[in-house]
Write a protein that binds this ligand. Structure first.
Ligand SMILES: [Zn+2]
Length: 246
């Protein structure tokens, strides 16, 4: 890939926060159950540390849209209703990591989901001379996830969303914006959420152990407010970076 001075380089050089002026790579993975608030944390962290955020689904779709070789291969699997093979996903991730914006690190979400994917990613990173800095686990109890997700209500007319506890409509069961009826979608029903959580635990627990054994796992209490979680994650990352420089 040609070097492009004045684009990524300029942005990297324009940092003003002196605490992040000396850079070691921050190669991070974000893990957590649905409803843990990963999206919110990712948004804040990518801003704090000027990292690109790679949600696997998004970079796969981007590769497909750009019509890269890997994207074309991935599309064949998607069109056929098959899972995209791990090695293809790893390939797409590696392509993203080669870009200038990822030179100092990245925040990866949605991959790996199991131990064999973790092995594949680790080997691929080794191959390009990089290694993970940490795996950030935002931990939330199943009951709390169910409480957060099952409170969601959706308007039948335009899909406006509310939460019975955190963002209730003015009148129960009625959309503020168009007066239509609010319903609980099947996806938001407790039994559906519990099923998703069961799958999550089956896949993630071995992964958590895998990264714990490699001393990469950092746990955060996702039952705290988003700001508290963010403060904790940010402080932890700052410490990791210091350790890395010693
Ligand atoms: Zn509505």
């Amino acid at each position: 890939m040609p070097d492009l001075p004045g684009t990524g380089r300029f942005r990297r050089g324009s940092r003003t926060d002196s605490s992040i002026a000396v850079v070691s790579e921050l190669n991070l993975i974000l893990v957590g159950p649905p409803g843990a608030g990963k999206g919110t944390q990712a948004e804040r962290l990518t801003e704090d540390f000027n990292l690109p955020y790679y949600a696997t689904g998004n970079i796969l779709r981007a590769a497909v849209a750009e019509g890269t070789e890997l994207g074309r291969q991935a599309k064949e699997h998607m069109d056929a209703g098959r899972l995209v093979p791990d090695e293809l996903i790893v390939g797409v991730i590696l392509e993203a990591l080669k870009t200038e914006e990822a030179a100092d690190g990245f925040l990866l979400d949605g991959f790996p989901r199991n131990v064999s994917q973790a092995d594949a990613l680790g080997a691929a990173l080794d191959g390009v001379g990089r290694r993970l800095t940490a795996v950030l686990l935002i931990d939330v109890s199943d009951d709390e996830v169910v409480r957060r997700l099952s409170g969601r209500r959706t308007c039948t007319k335009a899909g406006h969303t509310y939460h019975v506890e955190f963002d209730p409509p003015k009148h129960e069961g009625v959309c503020d914006q168009d007066g239509s009826k609010l319903v609980q979608r099947d996806d938001d029903k407790p039994e559906t959420i519990r099923n998703r959580l069961r799958v999550y635990h089956e896949q993630t627990e071995p992964l958590v152990e895998y990264y714990e054994q490699r001393d990469l796992l950092r746990r955060f209490d996702g039952s705290r407010t988003p700001t508290e979680v963010h403060d904790h994650v940010r402080a932890t990352i700052a410490t990791l970076r210091l350790e890395d420089e010693l």
